[in-house]
Design a protein around this ligand. Structure first.
Ligand SMILES: Cc1ncc(COP(=O)(O)O)c(C=O)c1O
Length: 363
């Protein structure tokens, strides 16, 4: 602790344990495969890459602070209104801005037991009180969330599918939650993994945003679009929320290369579909192999699998790391007996399957 005796930040800030990202090195391994942050092993669309390279020619100029071309592209592709979209430096920035704008001292920010870690961190950073609702079968429980609502609730975050569990709440349940919110609260549907979901008609919650004034959806270019390094996300919400986010964000919060790459990426639907289909194939294959190796796997709608390693967690993690396979420990999510493994490409999936099938055999 390096706190100063008199110069202190707002209450709550020093309660924040800084976010620890997925590891990226495995000392001693010849080949390292990073499966710890749910990045896309296939990378971005070639068109996004080309747009990024082209945008480098304009580095001397400020980007378009209104994100107009990107918002238009997103609106066209998803059939939304461009005026109701705002872009951010990753959806992390949008989550933080929502907390900053809507929740302060004395307010509550609600999310489920194993919800994405940034909800707690952003709530604390804005001085608000984080509140969790128990899950059922590692899935957000709408009744428990409704039961935890109070007059002080300002924001409810629901990742659907959730990271790190991969589980989902049905659309009708999400709608029930939105309808149960107190009048001063906003529901944030975090649809970071929506493009991986293969349920017919799934729209990440956009339809609900269209019909209600208390729901906002966040999306990211870090997952299926393979642009995590660029830090790009967007939110779609009611006009009053978009207006607020535009007031609290920085004027040039998204860089020009990110805007250019994002626009090309969102228009390349063939690449998105290819990545979703490939993920399906390898996620299902990997889950089967992991079960065959003797570990339970939580059924996932995302590009990752949560596996039950129980008291073997440290040994399994070390065994994978010795083979250059970096996965995510789950203590920070209250899931100490679990590991989360991103669905890699064929090489990555085969390497994980082989390593887990050898676990405990001395091979
Ligand atoms: C559920 C969820 N929401 C948001 C994010 C943040 O994504 P971004 O890279 O857009 O900040 C992640 C990243 O892991 C996530 O899993």
């Amino acid at each position: 602790m390096t706190a100063h005796p008199t110069i202190r930040p707002r209450a709550g800030v020093l309660d924040i344990a800084p976010y620890v990202g997925g590891e990226s090195s495995a000392p001693g391994a010849n080949r390292v495969i990073k499966l710890s942050s749910n990045e896309n092993p296939l990378g971005p669309s070639a068109k996004a890459f080309d747009a990024y390279v082209e945008a480098v020619k304009g580095l001397a100029l400020y980007p378009d602070g209104g994100h107009l071309a990107l918002r238009r592209a997103i609106a066209e592709v998803h059939r939304l209104e461009a005026e109701r979209i705002v872009c951010g430096a990753g959806s992390d920035e949008l989550i933080a801005l929502l907390c900053k704008a809507y929740a302060g001292a004395g307010d509550e920010v609600l999310y489920s037991q194993h919800g994405f870690l940034m909800y707690k961190l952003s709530a604390l950073a804005s001085g608000a009180t984080p509140v969790t609702a128990l899950e059922r079968d590692l899935t957000a429980d709408v009744d428990a969330l409704i039961g935890a609502l109070t007059e002080r609730t300002r924001l409810v975050f629901l990742a659907n599918p959730n990271n790190p569990t991969g589980t989902m709440v049905a659309d009708a349940e999400v709608a029930r939650l939105a309808a149960a919110l107190p009048t001063r609260a906003l529901l944030v549907l975090d649809a970071a993994y929506a493009e991986y979901v293969r349920l017919p008609g799934h729209d990440g919650g956009a339809g609900l945003v269209k019909t209600r004034d208390n729901v906002v959806m966040t999306r990211t270019f870090s997952k299926i679009y393979g642009l995590a390094a660029l830090r790009l996300g967007w939110a779609y919400g009611p006009a009053h929320v978009i207006d607020v986010l535009n007031r609290v964000r920085g004027p040039f919060n998204v860089t020009a290369p990110a805007l250019a790459a994002g626009e090309a990426a969102v228009r390349d639907r063939a690449w998105v579909e290819h990545c979703a289909v490939t993920n399906d194939v390898w996620r299902d294959w990997l889950a089967k192999e992991i079960r065959a190796a003797g570990f339970a796997v939580v059924p996932s709608h995302g590009n990752f699998l949560l596996i039950e390693t129980e008291e073997r967690t440290s040994a399994v993690d070390a065994h994978l790391k010795a083979r250059g396979l970096i996965v995510r420990r789950m203590e920070g999510y209250g899931l100490p007996g679990h590991l989360r493994i991103t669905v890699g490409d064929e090489e990555g999936c085969r390497a994980v399957a082989e390593a887990l099938s050898n676990f405990g055999t001395g091979a």
